[in-house]
Design a protein around this ligand. Structure first.
Ligand SMILES: [Zn+2]
Length: 282
């Protein structure tokens, strides 16, 4: 599933490569989920100039000349691709947008194997509502340790689950949350309300480090090859995972534990992330 670094890479590239283009036509294939409905969606984006592209949490926001936005959520298997004449055929095509800018033309394709994603036309109010649905992003310097600590302490569930709850902290997904907890030396099942200010500080720093690295490496492409950038290229951050998918801890060689936490596969080192080290807290 694309997480913050992957959606960030896609949005940043789209902003660079489709801003200033006009949407000539839109085609929806099959029963792909477009909102509010197929006709409103197509009529709302057709003939619209693209002002710019930004990211809100894991949503790609394509801002249109009308003030409305085309919002894409990739969910599990969504891909956004710029299709050139010479590029490889794309599987599972759900939405096709023809774009033009003077004599230049481009085709933007939304592909989605499992169809859990969606494309939505949102008016300004809807966009504000969407933005308000998400908690602060750890990557933004404006999020202070105090605020992060407060957000973590507001829940009694395992800290890893809280990191994944987009309404509390936005943009963290399973891989980056797993690695951030490892860097900070925190057991993923530590009750979130017992995280101390010092632990919150280490965790915020670790989250920033790992998300920034993920962005520098243009995201992570797993063996399922579900994440690629808009040109079809894989990310490289999978070569830099800290504990995610590892058999032995890179710090102490202890065998890594794999366990489902909140239904999501979680890797941790029982020694470096021992709850015993946090005995006074648990
Ligand atoms: Zn270790």
């Amino acid at each position: 599933m694309p997480e913050l670094p992957e959606v960030h890479t896609i949005s940043t590239d789209l902003n660079k490569h489709i801003s200033g283009y006009k949407i000539e036509s839109a085609r929806i294939l099959g029963s792909y989920r477009v909102l509010p409905d197929k006709n409103t969606f197509i009529n709302g984006i057709r003939e619209q100039p693209i002002i710019g592209v930004e990211r809100v949490a894991k949503n790609i926001i394509i801002n249109l000349g009308s003030g409305n936005a085309l919002v894409i959520h990739l969910a599990m298997t969504g891909q956004v691709l710029i299709k050139e004449q010479q590029s490889k055929p794309v599987n599972w095509v759900r939405v096709i947008l023809r774009l033009s800018k003077e004599a230049d033309a481009k085709t933007l394709v939304l592909s989605d194997m499992r169809m859990f994603g969606k494309a939505e036309l949102l008016e300004k109010n809807g966009l504000t509502t969407l933005k308000n649905r998400y908690g602060p992003e750890p990557i933004k310097e404006s999020l202070s340790v105090e605020e992060f600590h407060k957000q973590l302490n507001s829940k009694k569930t395992a800290v890893k689950n809280v990191l994944l709850d987009q309404s509390i902290i936005s943009g963290m997904g399973n891989i980056y949350a797993t690695d951030a907890l490892f860097i900070a030396g925190i057991h993923p099942e530590t009750p979130s309300h017992k995280i101390t200010s010092q632990m919150a500080g280490s965790l915020l720093e670790a989250a920033r480090e790992i998300l920034k690295e993920g962005i520098e490496h243009r995201g992570s492409t797993l063996p399922d090859k579900m994440y690629v950038d808009i040109f079809g290229n894989e990310g490289t951050h999978q070569n830099y995972f800290r504990i995610y998918g590892k058999k032995n801890c890179p710090n102490c060689e202890t065998e890594v534990v794999f366990k489902k936490v909140g239904g999501r596969g979680t890797f941790f080192c029982p020694s470096c992330q021992s709850p015993d080290g946090q005995k006074t807290l648990l």
